[in-house]
Design a protein around this ligand. Structure first.
Ligand code: HEM
Length: 528
């Protein structure tokens, strides 16, 4: 065949002199290159035609995109835009392409069908610094180190055995708080502050297991709380350096500087707690020592095998994940719940009735009562539906080019799950904006658990990155609320009323404090 083709073209190379040969060679090269170029251009045009488009979305300004139009309530703006552009849309924030999804079917596509593609994170600068360079669970890239730490977290620290063993510490903190409220009965209580304090104390107690005591312990707790709160604010703040990485080195808003300062204070506290623990550790019974998270992590740091050993930075950032990830989320949810119960006294009455039946007036609440408090459980679920602590979850990143809902999603896009919109969609929920815990009590409500399999209800996310703190969050929430309600009758401070406005941050909190008066309701004062 080649012989036949070269035979046809033999006349072309049959030039009479050298000059003609050169001209014919140059012509051959030019014609070949042009032909190849035209062919490739045609193929590219055709493949572009075949490629799905990017999702629709609002137009922004050159360079900065939609940034100036976002306002301060990101979750509300995102829900409003979903009304206009549908359940999947895009917007540019600086040079970041953001995709917002707001339907159960798209959530399923992201978190089940294409879970591995969307399991990555792109931490903002503040979070990268605060997690010792992405060394924790929440901000590390999807890969072997993340898998290892998650395994340690779920199997070692938050296993049923460890959580059962830590129960006396949680109980002690709740009892201390109840005694404090009892002693100041009649004085106004800032409910949000009260529950934040209980959770911070309980978490810190579970972390160090009481090896740090006295004055040192008190200053440690208050220092930790202050730093954790500051860190939350910095992580929620839009940072120009994140949206325009070329400007990163100027740190125009000082976020990097401030986060480094906080991390260094945190690090001093953590280092001193670890040293204190190592010094007192040998005097504490081994059975006692294995009950706290820090001891579990120190054991893995020193003696872990290839599958479980962790570095000192990973140890510290895991501790921060529990403190920062667990405190604000759970206490904020408790405050919203109490606000809704104060507004719905008929439901509050039923909750009291349930507590009296299950716990009785001559006992204190114990964790073994919790599975029988079904109405209270439904109240918690309804609060997480109407006031999800993370209404936009934690953003995921696409680690490769793919399609979603028929649209093209380029590699590196930031994907927001609009939990807020899904939880309030009137097509999915009857009387979607009303607080009706009974919706979680009917026969189908079993499917509304936190496993992330019901894509209509995702307060803890779904897929590989689903919140690993659920078992602790659920226990603390139920135990604290049941204990505070069982011990006291709560009334609004005279002259105040309940309102439900919120303020946006990485965790969406109640804007105004909920000020209440507690009146003891148990006749046996020894129970306080
Ligand atoms: C009411 C309480 C809580 C809520 C509503 C909540 C919600 C969430 C959500 C929505 C995510 C993101 C899931 C995703 O990316 O798809 C998350 C992640 C996470 N949460 Fe929670 N959380 C709560 C309590 C806790 C507690 C108590 C802890 C620790 C003990 C915790 C530790 C974490 C960690 C480490 C991650 C990152 C997981 C990963 O990236 O693999 N959370 N949480």
């Amino acid at each position: 065949m080649l012989e036949v083709i070269s035979g046809w073209w033999s006349w072309w190379w049959d030039a009479s002199n050298e000059g003609e040969k050169v001209i014919r060679s140059v012509l051959t090269i030019v014609v070949t290159i042009t032909t190849v170029f035209c062919l490739l251009w045609n193929i590219d045009k055709k493949s572009k035609k075949a490629m799905a488009p990017l999702p629709p979305g609002p137009k922004g300004l050159p360079l900065i995109g939609y940034l100036p139009f976002l306002g301060t309530f990101l979750h509300k703006k995102f829900t409003e835009l979903a009304g206009k552009y549908g359940s999947i849309y895009k917007l540019w924030l600086g040079n970041k392409l953001c995709i917002v999804i707001s339907s159960p079917s798209l959530a399923k596509e992201v978190f089940r069908d294409k879970d591995a593609i969307f399991a990555n994170r792109d931490p903002p600068i503040a979070s990268r610094i605060a997690s010792y360079g992405g060394n924790d669970i929440a901000w590390s890239s999807y890969g072997p180190e993340w898998k290892k730490m998650r395994k340690v977290f779920v199997r070692e620290m938050l296993s049923k055995g460890t959580l059962d063993a830590c129960y006396p510490m949680r109980k002690q903190e709740v009892q201390n708080a109840i005694r404090g409220v009892y002693e100041k009965a009649g004085n106004p209580v800032d409910f949000g502050e009260l529950v934040f304090e209980i959770i911070a104390n309980a978490i810190n107690s579970m972390l160090c297991g009481g090896t740090v005591k006295g004055e040192k312990w008190i200053s440690f707790v208050s220092e930790f709380r202050k730093l954790a709160e500051e860190l939350m604010v910095l992580q929620g703040k839009p940072n120009v350096s994140d949206l325009f990485p070329v400007l990163g080195r100027f740190d125009l808003q000082g976020v990097e500087r401030q986060t480094k300062r906080i991390l260094s204070s945190f690090d001093q506290v953590l280092t001193s707690v670890i040293e204190q623990h190592l010094n007192t550790g040998p005097n504490v019974e081994k059975s006692e020592r294995t009950k706290n998270f820090l001891q579990i992590l120190l054991d893995l740091n020193k003696h872990g095998d290839a599958e479980t050993s962790i570095t000192t930075n990973q140890l510290k950032s895991l501790l921060l994940d529990i403190v920062v990830g667990g405190t604000d989320t759970t206490s904020t949810t408790l405050e919203w719940t109490m606000a809704e119960l104060m507004l719905h006294q008929e439901i509050m009455e039923k909750v009291y009735q349930e507590l009296d039946e299950v716990v009785g007036h001559s006992n204190v609440v114990e964790e073994f009562h919790l599975p029988n408090l079904q109405l209270l459980n439904a109240v918690m679920k309804e609060t997480l539906r109407l006031h999800p602590a993370l209404p936009l979850s934690v953003p995921h990143i696409s680690s490769q080019f793919c399609t979603l809902g028929g649209y093209t999603i380029p590699k590196g896009s930031t994907v927001f799950l609009n939990v807020n919109a899904i939880h309030k969609d009137p097509v999915l929920w009857d009387n979607a904006l009303e607080f009706r815990p009974e919706r979680f009590l009917n026969k189908d409500s079993g499917s509304f658990d936190y496993s992330g399999n019901n894509f209509q209800y995702l307060p803890f996310g779904s897929g590989r990155r689903i919140c690993p703190g659920v078992p602790l969050a659920e226990r603390m929430f139920m135990f604290i609320l049941a204990s505070l309600l069982h011990s006291f009758e709560w009334k609004l401070l005279n002259g105040t009323e309940v309102e439900l406005s919120d303020k946006f941050g990485i965790v969406v909190k109640k804007k105004n404090p909920l000020l209440l008066i507690a009146k003891p309701r148990l006749s046996n004062f020894d129970l306080y």
